[in-house]
Design a protein around this ligand. Sequence first.
Ligand code: SAH
Length: 348
Amino acid sequence: MSLPLLCDLSRAELAAWCEAQGEQKFRADQIRKWLFGKRVNEFDAMTDISAPLRKKLAESFSLFSSHVAAHQKSLDGTEKLLLELSDGERVECVLMREDDRRTICISTQVGCGMGCVFCASGLLGLTRSLSTGEILEQVLRLDRLLPPLERITNVVVMGMGEPLANLPNLLKALAGLEDKGGLGMSMRRVTISTVGLPEKIRELARAGKSYNLAISLHAAENTLRNQLVPVNDKIGIEAILAAADEFFETTGRRVTYEYVVLRERNDSPEQARLLARLLAGRNAHVNLIPMNPVTELPFGDPGAERLREFVEILEQSGVVATIRKRKGADIDAACGQLRLRHQQPAVS
Ligand code: SAH
């Protein structure tokens, strides 16, 4: 049996564990600082922790539960890790470099149960949710790809899975980054992307943090959204927007609406006008994501011309829109591409 993962514990839980060993609570912060801030990979390297406590830690916890099954580097500086978890399941996570920003994209589930028809992650359904430690481990692994003086500046929870379907573990992981001994990361630099689960959006608002919320809308009316995002059938755009409005009122954080632009499916001027009408008057930002073609799926990129026209219509209505830059396309690290190619089990 493998040992419990240290990162599954919150700062408070680790402090309680230290106390139970007859140690001072602040040891927890020291231990976490070694792991997050100083990037050590074994308890024995934690030199201000006494040898007996290091021994107890090593007997009680593992620092990592996964191993790196593949590491790819893109020409644009993007790097992608495929992590194999202790049960053999695999998740991907990505590091992107842009000017001074070092943004990581992390996964919250193995597979996804939402079934968006253009997304590679959901093709095989949901296998399971990740634990807090498994979410944090992606951060630790990606952070270790950076040179000593560089730090992760932004986290986007846009990898595999539906983050709000694994909210308790995600919130605990993010707290692990924010709390003393973690990466000291402001939650204003964290973006959580969701298919749009209204009750969970409200729960996120109540968490009282400054997370950014991104809602994967992809269509401005329910008939089309039901086709593209099947779970919409049970939810509906109106309920999502109502929850998003509440999120904005509670947190003061402007909501981003993501819109994967699919050739001849949701990219017409009429659809742009519908979207503009839906969002006009809201403090919203639209992030257009040109479809990243997935070999197995019959959806195409809209092309630059069509995309420009779409943006212009939104902007004429006063809706702020940006087009998402494609990153790591040569290593299949772009949105919606994660994992599929590695689906075949590795030969052990
Ligand atoms: N489940 C969450 C987060 C993961 S997906 C969500 O739905 O938001 C992150 C973003 O990538 C979503 O907006 C998703 O719709 C988008 N995406 C998925 N497949 C894509 C593809 N093939 N091309 C472009 N974007 C894609």
